[in-house]
Design a protein around this ligand. Structure first.
Ligand SMILES: CCCCCCCC(=O)SCCNC(=O)CCNC(=O)[C@H](O)C(C)(C)COP(=O)(O)OP(=O)(O)OC[C@H]1O[C@@H](n2cnc3c(N)ncnc32)[C@H](O)[C@@H]1OP(=O)(O)O
Length: 220
């Protein structure tokens, strides 16, 4: 784990950062969607390219080395803002906002996948469906107090998943020591599209007391 660090920010500072970076990242997602779907060409695209390159150069004037990692505050709440599925600062992430049952028995999310996630024409790429379910199953394990990393993931594609509004849900199936088996499904407006089951294992480094302080943020 290269970046996995405590961060001493107040809730207000976190709120402030989220209010700045959240809308900015959404604007970048819109840019990606527009770049895929625009019918402009020639000089318009060359001008757009120059404008995008100028913004990129400006952002790179001050940047961290490597990826964002997961930071966590003193209460142990993690901020996985770089995460490819739920990251508030990751324009590649749809992003999913994952809700949890109060008793931790399930997690679910309603979200939208547009042109950036296409595989078969008009449908979600199979790898993207798998990505979403990996995250959801992992979060189900975490929500049930059984955090772990994906050791295995089996994905069953029942029917093509249309781009557009979708719902994913996941829950813990059974547990055994540091192993947790979770299941989940991805549904579209016409019903079930993809099912997955996976084994999540709390890694040795997180099971050992010496590393216990790194546990909360990573697995939030
Ligand atoms: C916000 C949170 C949601 C996160 C969701 C996102 C999920 C992810 O993307 S995680 C990233 C993808 N996964 C990975 O990169 C994991 C890479 N693998 C690893 O880190 C390790 O191999 C890991 C964690 C699976 C096991 O590590 P560790 O526990 O240290 O290994 P070890 O102690 O040897 O094995 C523990 C047990 O698991 C078993 N095991 C280990 N790997 C596997 C495997 N791939 N399949 C089946 N069993 C396995 C071992 O046989 C052993 O079993 P037992 O205790 O019964 O003898």
């Amino acid at each position: 784990m290269s970046r996995f660090a405590p961060e001493h920010l107040t809730p207000e500072q976190i709120e402030e950062q989220s209010a700045v970076y959240g809308p900015f990242t959404q604007a970048v997602r819109d840019l990606v969607d527009a770049a895929i779907r625009t019918e402009l060409g020639g000089d318009d695209i060359r001008a757009a390219q120059a404008a995008v390159e100028a913004v990129t150069a400006r952002l790179r004037e001050r940047e961290i080395e490597g990826a964002l990692g997961v930071t966590f505050s003193e209460d142990g709440v993690g901020r996985p803002w770089g995460n490819a599925v739920i990251g508030l600062r990751n324009a590649v992430a749809p992003p999913l906002v994952v809700e949890k049952a109060e008793d931790g028995s399930r997690v679910w999310s309603q979200f939208h996948l547009g042109a950036a996630y296409e595989g078969p024409p008009g449908c979600v790429h199979g790898g993207v469906a798998s990505l979403v379910l990996d995250q959801m199953l992992g979060q189900a394990a975490g929500a049930g107090g059984r955090p772990g990393m994906t050791a295995t993931l089996q994905v069953h594609y029942r029917k093509p998943t249309p781009l557009g509004p979708l719902r994913a849900e996941a829950w813990i199936e059974r547990t055994e020591g540091h192993k947790t088996w979770a299941r989940g499904e991805l549904t579209g407006p016409e019903g079930l599209c993809v099912e997955a089951e996976g084994l999540f294992i709390l890694p040795r480094w997180a099971r050992e007391p010496a590393d216990a302080e790194t546990r909360p943020g990573f697995f939030e």
